[in-house]
Design a protein around this ligand. Structure first.
Ligand code: TYD
Length: 199
């Protein structure tokens, strides 16, 4: 797979500010003249839509079927969006990637390291993973009180503590951990300070 572009994945539990920070970073990079693609998982494709149907009813599939759906969604995402953009030399910012599978499906009983290995057979390894960190209680507060959303079946607080714990233990030379508790502009400054390493 030819790769001229740059892939940055944003990861972290719900309510850590991934979507806000991606928008701010995309704007900053575009102002510097870069061609930026913003994308997310679960996608809006056939498998991503099936995953969203599970938000209210996770128990309708087995943990194995659930893991397979995230992998199928990612395979399609890589083939249709990520790989073509990287081949064109674009900067790809993805809101969640396979580290989320390691953490969320890991919290559901799968081996996180095996999940990462299975993904790296087909998914490009990110040049950088921005791991946004905040206490589970703050993330839940932001989702429920500030966004007025209810927690989906992947986001129940007990499970989220396990998810956060797996995120905290993941290691890799490409991982940058950033405190996501401050206001959006302050966090953006921290993000910019690490992203400049890539350019
Ligand atoms: P979120 O990122 O908030 O997306 P949206 O609200 O726009 O649909 O939620 C995605 C949910 O899917 C989140 O609770 C985490 C879960 N998830 C996994 O369990 N495994 C994965 O591999 C991915 C990408 C997401």
């Amino acid at each position: 797979m030819k790769r001229k572009g740059v892939l940055i994945a944003f990861e972290g539990i719900d309510g850590t500010g991934k979507t806000t920070q991606i928008a701010l970073l995309a704007e900053a990079l575009r102002q510097r003249g870069l061609s930026v693609v913003v994308t997310r998982e679960p996608t809006d494709g056939q498998y991503g839509r099936k995953i969203r149907e599970l938000y209210k009813n996770r128990k309708s599939v087995t943990p194995e079927e659930e893991l397979a759906l995230f992998l199928d969604d990612r395979r399609e995402h890589v083939a249709q969006v990520i790989a073509p953009a990287l081949a064109k030399g674009q900067v790809v910012l993805t809101d969640r990637y396979y580290y989320s599978t390691a953490a969320y499906q890991g919290a559901a009983g799968h081996d996180p390291q095996k999940i990462i290995a299975a993904n790296e057979l087909f998914a490009p390894v990110p040049d950088m993973v921005i791991m946004l960190e905040a206490p589970v209680s703050l993330g839940v507060h932001r989702v429920q009180k500030l966004r007025g959303e209810t927690l989906n079946d992947f986001e129940q607080e007990g499970a989220l503590a396990r998810v956060a714990d797996i995120f905290a233990r993941l290691t890799g030379a490409n991982i940058r951990r950033i405190d996501g508790t401050a206001d959006a502009q302050a966090v953006h400054a921290l993000v910019m300070a690490v992203v400049v390493e890539l350019f």
